[in-house]
Design a protein around this ligand. Sequence first.
Ligand code: TA6
Length: 270
Amino acid sequence: MKVPQLLIENALGSARISLFGGQVLSFCPRHDGRERLFLSSKALLDGSKSIRGGIPLCWPWFGAYQGPAATTPMPAHGYARTRRWDVVDITEQAGSTEVLLQLEDSSGPGFNGVAQVQVLINVGSKLKVGLYTLNQGPAAFSLSAALHTYFAIDDIHQTQLRGLSGLYSDKTQNWARLPTPPNYRFSAETDRIHLLAAPTVEIVSPASKITLESSGHDSVVVWNPWDNGSQAFADLAADEYQRFICVETALTQGFSLQPGQQHCLQQTIT
Ligand code: TA6
């Protein structure tokens, strides 16, 4: 079985969205015809696991489960990326198409809140993705989350990031806190949580640039498994680490959502 997908095409751009995971898999603005998102050639599109590429939605936690002891193993990055999302609405607007999806069932092991979870995807000359969490229950709940975006690049060795500064927490070095390099390039496995809400990050290649604007976050995660790390992923070809960089708009530092309140984690990709 192939996961159901929406194909969006309008005068300014096109996108492909999987209803499994509520995940954007492709985005191409017409003005330059350049794909902005990476999708692994080995990504499984049969609903048996999360899709390797595009914009996975990590919810209701980012990374390893940190909550109270659980009787069963908890999935990394929560369960929203492996669940079905329903189409609530699709509207044509001036120059863009807006798609609203809702997580069919937001309850699950490891999450004790009552929440409505929606993703609003606007496809035009830019791609805008907003992950909305509304607390519909009587009590506050804690939340961590991420838009775990895989950006398509020509060559990781020639890619540079701009817009990050301050300290990051390094997963490859037992979460040591280290200063962000002023000249941010890649030469080894990289798995970092930058502990600031950078509003804009640029992914710069010799011949092109992708701009990522974020809001509603407290961190930016940067990940590339490099050649050694890639071997751990059956759904990633050996050399594909060279053609993506994950730059993730994330909530990782402890966030509590009060009853009746809504939170939006948002990315705009140009
Ligand atoms: O966001 C970075 C990260 O958590 C890495 O540590 C790495 O494991 C990656 O995401 C991929 O995780 P996944 O569960 O999709 O295999």
